[in-house]
Write a protein that binds this ligand. Structure first.
Ligand code: ZN
Length: 241
């Protein structure tokens, strides 16, 4: 897949909507860095600010949220992202509500992306059978999917948004990261180091950076070696016609 081409012959605007600070880099940071290097414009929108990203019951959640927003902005700069938005939903309790669908429709109509990146709502059990997916990742995926189609592109959904001057907008492609069943695996060997550097910005989340690097460097494909590692990120890619 190292010869993979997205088939895009113009600069794309890419909107990444995920649950938590650090999700963009963990789920698809290598691909996002690749797109930034290709000159595409990337905007992040995080639905929560990760205020439950700790095991310390004495940690002040609003302080942690502020720290994690700063970590996310720093990581986004490393990837080459132009802007980061936060929707300030409560960490751990994302649900695909009508209100959130409308918020995301508003965001899509405002930003007018060509490419929308989310997370697969069908992923309950990540590969390896050693953990389960975070419910926010599934909920965020459902919210993005349901906002993308049909609401964002249809004038009869949320007519009050038309009154705000937000015309319907349909994206060209949807890329769902951490898919339950991928239809695309992108070789991100060339940008794996950038992904790691960006992940290092999430200091509250990664523990000891050296041990973290060792774990991440070991995540090469099974057909490659420690000496000549190859790294990939998986997606379910939908091209609307
Ligand atoms: Zn997450």
């Amino acid at each position: 897949m190292s010869n993979f081409s997205e088939g895009w012959n113009q600069k794309m605007k890419i909107l990444v909507i995920l649950a938590h600070p650090d999700d963009p880099e963990f789920f698809c940071g290598g691909t996002l860095a690749r797109w930034a290097l290709q000159g595409h414009e990337i905007v992040y929108a995080l639905l929560t600010s990760g205020d439950k990203g700790t095991d310390d019951p004495n940690q002040d959640p609003s302080l942690l949220a502020r720290i994690r927003e700063e970590e996310q902005r720093a990581a986004a700069r490393v990837i080459g992202v132009s802007r980061v938005e936060f929707l300030h939903q409560p960490d751990g309790f994302l649900f695909p509500t009508e209100a959130l669908r409308k918020d995301v429709v508003r965001l899509i109509r405002k930003e007018k992306p060509d490419i929308l990146v989310g997370s697969d709502p069908l992923n309950y059990y990540p590969p390896g059978d050693t953990r389960v997916n975070h419910p926010d990742h599934r909920a965020a995926g459902q919210i993005v999917l349901d906002a993308c189609y049909p609401a964002a592109g249809s004038p009869v959904y949320f007519p009050e948004l038309l009154a705000e001057g937000l015309a319907p907008h349909s994206v060209k492609e949807l890329w769902m990261s951490i898919p339950d069943r991928e239809n695309l695996e992108v070789d991100v060997t060339d940008t794996w180091k950038i992904k790691l550097e960006a992940l290092h910005c999430h200091r509250t989340q990664i523990g000891d950076p050296q041990a973290f690097d060792q774990r991440m460097l070991a995540r090469h494909t099974s057909d490659s070696t420690d000496e000549n590692p190859r790294y990939t990120e998986r997606f379910r890619r939908i091209r609307f016609q």
